[in-house]
Design a protein around this ligand. Structure first.
Ligand code: MG
Length: 276
């Protein structure tokens, strides 16, 4: 099923997406993830016109965990942009953290932060949401720990990313974690996920790949991270972006106010946000 979060009469809650609307679940998405029995008793359907859709998890309980350089051709374009910042040995997954105080949904703006960055970039990514608390699990046990999947635009300020020689600040400004439009539950996606992924800017195709091209797949990512680290239900992991970001172009065309980015993944939908 497809799950969304929304405001109805001023109250944030999760619901099941239907053809004509949503069936409210009377609990937030984080509460539903922690107690999936709440999925079994939805309220009567409400028309989409009556609700304001939000990101499926508007406030992750912890920072989003991200994979760096996890598609071969993207790793090459990043290295071409800055050999110092992106020269990674990729025998093992490259992890970093992205602050996500608030994730905006599809249709909400991306703040340009023009006082801080002149090199605003986009990254379409498949994000996996965990449904269980896990620690020290094998790759074979990962599928059972997955709640579902969504799309994240890992918005990045390349100048901050290289100036500070660490990715956290340049990835974490307010509004840099658009998420949506929904969470697709694990049962609807063949394991491991092999889904077309793309990004367009103002209708121009910039990124196009398939999640089967991940260097380190979801089983390896989650199993590796769980070694010696408790991963809680509701943890969001963005699995990395394919080739085609602005910094990889011969003459980079970074985002500017008015530009619209659409990140799309087969079976999940479209995450559309305009820079303001
Ligand atoms: Mg990324």
């Amino acid at each position: 099923m497809k799950l969304v979060s929304f405001l109805l009469e001023g109250r944030e809650q999760a619901g099941i997406l239907t053809e004509a609307g949503v069936k409210p679940l009377g609990a937030t998405m984080n509460e539903v993830i922690r107690d999936p029995s709440k999925l079994c008793a939805p309220a009567d359907e409400v028309a989409l016109a009556e609700v304001e859709l939000l990101a499926p998890i508007p406030r992750p309980e912890q920072d989003v965990i991200c994979l760096g350089l996890n598609y071969t051709e993207h790793a090459e374009e990043a290295y071409g942009y800055s050999k110092q910042a992106f020269s990674a040995d990729r025998a093992h997954p490259v992890f970093f953290s992205k602050r996500a105080t608030y994730c905006q949904g599809s249709g909400a703006p991306i703040p340009a932060h023009a006082d801080l960055t002149q090199r605003l970039d986009y990254e379409a990514e498949l994000a996996v949401v965990l449904g269980k608390d896990v620690r020290d699990i094998s790759e074979d046990e990962v599928e059972d720990a997955v709640f579902g999947y969504t799309i994240i635009n890992d918005v990045s300020a390349r100048d901050l990313q290289t100036t500070h020689k660490q990715w956290y600040f340049g990835k974490s400004l307010d509004g840099f974690c658009p998420m949506g439009p929904c969470i697709v539950t694990r049962d609807e996606v063949p394991w491991p996920p092999a889904m077309d992924i793309s990004a367009t800017v103002n209708g121009e195709l910039r990124q196009h790949s398939n999640t089967r091209m991940l260097i380190h797949g979801i089983p390896e990512i989650v199993s590796t991270l769980s070694r010696g680290m408790l991963l809680r239900a509701g943890t969001v992991i963005a699995t990395g972006t394919p080739k085609g970001v602005a910094m990889g172009m011969d003459v980079p065309r970074f985002l500017a106010p008015g530009d619209t980015v659409v990140c799309a993944i087969e079976g999940i939908g479209r995450l559309e946000n305009t820079v303001e």
